[in-house]
Design a binder for this molecule. Structure first.
Ligand code: SDX
Length: 392
């Protein structure tokens, strides 16, 4: 603290807003969306109704849900010109960078400055992004695989249609796999919101300047990309594959994670708020066993993950620092079983977090929050005179 300013790096002890959307208790490992427990929602709800509840405040009734889904279907075309932007990316481009760009590019083809005083205007912008973002996700994946950019099938459910758009092979019938769709739906629900995490705080602060919804979401996608945040799910798989390549030598990686001179961290472990098991990790761990068993997949990576978890939970360094598996530790194992490429894992996180970002942006604007502009404590040079170039 210097004078009136208290510095709080990473805002570890700073509340940025009041919010009625998500409640979490880091000590007790509790997570609720609009008062509903994540355990119940993951078990009984589907992703679209959770998205509705997060954004509009409560679970929709039959008519509201049907109208929401119909309005989304009516908006699920993407301007053909957008394909030219996608064509501009090399195949090697990371999907998160592509998606952040395409989300921003949507602004050129859709009104995205929302008149927040009009519920109608806000509703249409929300429906447009919930309709078009999954198409961009599917096109980004298909582009990487050299597949034609196509649409899904409006007769399908929201998540099933996303899966079909991502994986439909040319001149092959799309075969629905109930286990896969239910696993995907559950994963998207578990990622849907998480109060003021890094990417959500980014969406809020960008939106606080009254930048449009799509521009704010594009910024959120970039923040989520970082390996300390949503990028961790990709980093977990890369870590587990490295351990497997090292003959399953988990001890070596535990030692690296504790070595202060080594920047390596045990990816998928630790959390700013959860100082106990991340409730989402608990559910995803059980789902990983179920999905792999249902799909008849025996993935040694899952065994390595469980071995690593067991070691970490018994290691004093991790116990002292209350480092437990977080949402990213097991999710990649399921994505892999669903045939999603590792580079797309964080995109799946963004797909799940989209309704949460939208809900938080909407709440921030409806609450008339002021523009985010923190202060600082200056530690640079005192006043000094300019020195001509030939005298420097
Ligand atoms: C998500 O905020 C959210 O809600 C995020 C999220 C969401 O839904 O939006 O939950 C999603 O991002 C989950 C987190 C995914 N990230 C990872 O798995 C990356 C690995 N984890 C860490 O980098 C870290 O745990 C963070 C970033 C998650 C939290 O970091 P903090 O709160 O800033 O804690 P810290 O870096 O100050 O660490 C405290 C201590 C340090 O040691 P000391 O200096 O006290 O000796 O714990 C150590 C750290 O070195 N530590 C780790 C570690 N995480 C923390 N040591 C080894 N491996 C780790 N993973």
């Amino acid at each position: 603290t210097k004078g009136m300013i208290t510095i709080d790096p990473g805002f570890k002890n700073t509340g940025s807003c009041e919010s009625a959307i998500t409640f979490l208790d880091g000590e007790k490992g509790i997570l609720r969306y609009r008062g509903y427990s994540i355990e119940e929602l993951a078990e009984k709800a589907d992703f679209l109704e959770v998205a509705y509840a997060l954004i509009f405040g409560d679970l929709p009734n039959k008519e509201e849900l049907a109208k929401f889904h119909k309005d989304i279907k009516d908006e699920s075309h993407v301007d053909e010109e957008m394909k030219k932007i996608l064509d501009g990316f090399p195949k090697s481009a990371h999907p998160m960078g592509v998606l952040s760009s395409l989300t921003s590019a949507l602004i050129a083809f859709n009104p995205s400055t929302v008149d927040v005083s009009s519920d109608e205007d806000m509703y249409h912008a929300i429906v447009r992004i919930l309709a078009k973002f999954p198409v961009l996700v599917a096109w980004t994946l298909r582009k990487k695989k050299g597949l034609p950019l196509d649409y899904g099938d409006d007769s399908l459910g929201y998540v099933e249609n996303i899966h079909k758009m991502m994986f439909k092979r040319p001149n092959q019938d799309y075969k629905k796999n109930k286990v896969v769709i239910e696993a995907l739906d559950k994963l998207l629900i578990l990622h849907a919101d998480h109060e003021q995490n890094c990417s959500t705080s980014t969406v809020r602060i960008v939106g606080s300047s009254h930048a449009g919804l799509f521009a704010s979401l594009s910024a959120g996608i970039s923040a989520l990309w970082g390996p300390l945040h949503g990028g961790a799910n990709q980093a977990v798989l890369e870590m587990l594959e490295a351990i497997e390549a090292d003959g399953g030598d988990t001890k070596k990686y535990m030692a690296k994670a504790k070595d202060k001179s080594d920047p390596f961290r045990l990816m998928g472990f630790g959390h700013r708020v959860y100082k106990n098991f991340d409730p989402r990790a608990k559910i995803i761990k059980v789902a990983a066993d179920e999905v792999l068993a249902d799909l008849g997949i025996n993935d040694p990576i899952l065994d390595i993950a469980k071995g690593l978890e067991k070691e970490a939970l018994e290691d004093q360094y991790f116990v002292d620092r209350k480092l437990y598996p977080n949402v990213d530790f097991y999710s990649g194992i399921i994505y892999r079983a669903l045939g999603i490429p590792t580079e797309m894992f964080t995109v799946m996180f963004a797909l799940g977090r989209l309704p949460g970002w939208i809900a938080q942006w909407r709440e921030m604007r409806l609450n008339g929050e002021p523009i985010g502009r923190p202060r600082q404590v200056y530690t640079g040079e005192n006043l000094r005179s300019f020195v001509e170039l030939d005298k420097r």
